[in-house]
Design a binder for this molecule. Sequence first.
Ligand code: ADP
Ligand code: ZN
Ligand code: MG
Length: 470
Amino acid sequence: MPDSNWEPVIGLEIHVQLKTRTKMFCRCENGFGGEPNTQTCPVCLAHPGALPVPNERAVEWTIKLGLALGCSIAERAVFHRKNYFYPDNPKGYQISQYDEPLCSDGTFVVPGEDGDATVGIVRAHLEEDAAKTIHVGGATGRIVGAAHSNVDFNRGGTPLVEIVTRPDIRSADEAKRFLQLLRQTIVELGISDAEMEKGTLRADANVSVRELGETGYRTRTELKNMNSFNHIARGIDSEIRRQISVWESGGEVVQQTLDYEVKSDTVTARRQKEEADDYRYFPEPDLVPLEPPAELIERVRGDVPELPGQRIHALAPEVGFDAAVELVTTGNERKARLLVEHGLDWPTAASHAMNQLSAVEPLAENGPALVEIIRHRESITRDALTASFAASASPGLDAEHVLAQTAIADTSELAPLVEKILAANPSQVASYRGGKEGLLGFFVGQVMRETQGKADPKLVNELIREKLSA
Ligand code: ADP
Ligand code: ZN
Ligand code: MG
């Protein structure tokens, strides 16, 4: 913080697109990436007389998420019509939930290095998504400056859970960690891919600041248009700084919705926040209230696995807090565990899981071979090592075969080769000695080429340096 007298106050509103097979109130396919306007029907296009039927799986999955967030599940939840006019909304209203949401009053624990933060969950409710508008012809992809807009109704009517937190988050970093953990929780519950790049997870941040010791909250702004965890953290930080300088210069923060622009690190005003009354909410007359039976809730409760947040503290003593967070929230934890199970130490396992194996899903059966190879990584060629990580995703990784591809780490074998390369490139040698030390890589490359990549690059480096400084 630029000034430690100020305390940020942050609350998040998150939308999660459920990966049910069909949409929320019709049988249309719920899938990303179809040709525009191919996944539609009279219900989601709002033809007169078409009636909605709730997707039972979406209701179950929302309950599952609610339970994972420690929420109470309503005995009676009501769908409301939220009225607004926009081309992405053919009915003129969105079916959502209002004062009787399916899940409410939960908590989500965000582990921290110096103590956990408990973030209150106001509610998690079920609604349908709007269609996607694509603005064509403008520079920013937004409506400002666009020549025209296209609407893709494939997304219209797909199931969406909205999660609203209490303003309990106290830093941009904590907001980011909250979202990373929430995402991992959702993925492990198996209810959504929750990918920000694809828009199946979206988050808006409400931000205000107050002086330390103050008990009430000050006016907040709402930040939108951020599509990665890092952008969200940067947007929040930038808005915190802006608000502090507004207050410190004697001004007043105005409640508004802001777009965060990453490139310029600035916010621009969108529109005044609507009052809830503007939406003229009223109960959806075509749907009866949801009354989830207690047996259903108990069955779903039994399906909720151990949550990722609980695993961070267990891992932290082994690999350090930051690596524990990274392992758990990237889903690489499983890979590290596989390596540890077969005898590798935690730090080495964690580092390989987060680096060489981050884009690979090794088969469990390859665990022993992988560990054997990693243990002997210094004595084999770099190519063989890289290839073995990639190969661990398919059956039959053969450690013996990989380890046979030993690197040449024998000075008596490499030294003559180095001398030969230097003798063959006198002008480069002269330039190197004249100060162009970047040429070191050139010489190393030549030796690697001569040995078909089998030389130990560390030793080659040493030998070349030694000869050239002689
Ligand atoms: P509204 O009814 O206007 O949408 P809510 O009370 O539902 O407002 O809050 C919306 C979001 O804003 C929640 O995530 C909440 O935590 C957050 N929020 C509310 N007041 C503040 C504040 N003063 N500073 C930061 N965030 C806030
Ligand atoms: Zn449909
Ligand atoms: Mg609200």
